[in-house]
Structure formats: C-alpha cells, structure tokens
Ligand binder design. Sequence first.
Ligand code: MG
Ligand code: MG
Length: 248
Amino acid sequence: MITIKSEREIELMRIAGSIVYKTHQYLKPYIKEGITTQELNDLAEEFILSQNATPSFKGYGGFPGTICTSINNQVVHGIPGKRKLKNGDIVKLDIGACYKGFHGDSAWTYAVGEISEEKKYLMEHTEKALYEGIKQVKPGNRIGDIGEAVEKYAEEHHLGVVKELVGHGVGTSVHEDPEVPNYGKKGTGPLLKEGMVIAIEPMLNLGTADVYILDDDWTIETDDGSPSAHYEHTVAVTKDGYKILTGE
Ligand code: MG
Ligand code: MG
C-alpha cells in the first residue's frame, strides 16, 4: 500500500531526513585511511542517538550494524567491522534514522584520499543519475519516469545499473511501497501524488550490472569485481514537484 503523508508527517520526515544528512556531514572528516568501518558505524550511532533519533537499520531484518558500509566492489549492505579504509578506496555509507516514528534514508559515496580517475567518473555520474531521477518527481508523473531517467543516464555513461536492488517508499517503515527501480519505462508504474515519500537510490557499476550476495547473507558485490557507487535521497512529492528531505 502506498501511503500519503500529511503536512505534519512530512515535517517529521524532514526532521528525520535532516538528522540523516547531519550524520553524513558529521562522519565526513573521519573518512580517512586507517579508520575501520566499525568505528564509522559507532560514531554514526552515537550521533543519531544524540539527535533524539534511533538508527533505522540496526536490527532491521537482523542487520547487525547501525549503518551499511560498502567498499569498492561491494555495492550495498556491507556490515561494519574490522576492515580499515585504505587510500584509493571508495566507501558507501547508507544511513537511516527514525524520528518520532518516521524515517529518513540516504546513502552517499565517499573517496578515501586520492582515488583513480575511473572511480571519480563513477562517483560523479552516479550522483548525477540520482538527480536525473529526482527531476522526474512531480504529481502526475509515474515511477517508471524515474527509472527510465536513471537508466538512460547510466547507459549514456556506460555504467551498469544494478537491478536486484531498488528504491522504495519511506514513512513509518523505512521500506514501504512502492518499489522505485533504477530502470523502467516512462509512463508506467504507480502514479506520483502529493504527499508520497520515496527513496531514489541508483547503484551503478563501472563494469557490468551483475551482482551476487556474499556468504554473510548481506553484502552485495559486483560479479566482475568492478567498483560500484550508490547515492540516495529521500524525496517528498509536493504540490508542484519535489522536496529533498535528506539534504541541507
Ligand atoms: Mg539507504
Ligand atoms: Mg533506501
């Protein structure tokens, strides 16, 4: 069921979203060679709790971390642990926070020290693909309009679109209807209406689109070992367009 949020609910979601945004900003200076993903996780947890919010992902479906930390060829759902960031890595931090019962969800990709030109290219164009998707958000458009825009942009830039994982509605649950794929066809799928809130989250690979799941039952990696990037915002459908809830 796709839920329509009231103005008051959207306001709570804006606060949840801004806590997620602030958590990303808080972590940024720590993203350096030598820090472990567990340390980043613990900093995030401390910060989210300090904002009178709770981490959305901790315990979700049994996920052990507060945030997801995925390095290089890991696409999403990396479990924080002892692995240290190295110069030249890219790390994706996926962060969710719940404030007064409503969630915000946003992932971002960060460079550790000096990264290769090809990783820079991947990051730049995955972020741009996210905004190509967001631009399609307005009442009267459909979910397929978002997917087509993301997919078209990715293909033009020769990046593989991960299809096994999709964006989603956000509300009192961090994952709600509808699914928001990063592929599709304009004019198809659920209609966007004022008061809907969705997370748009392209996951693009420098190589092929294929991915597999590790034995830990969480971490998704690219089949060909190529790096992957992930950018996500939670976005509300407004009267005449959209508002990004997990931005500044
Ligand atoms: Mg997320
Ligand atoms: Mg999400």
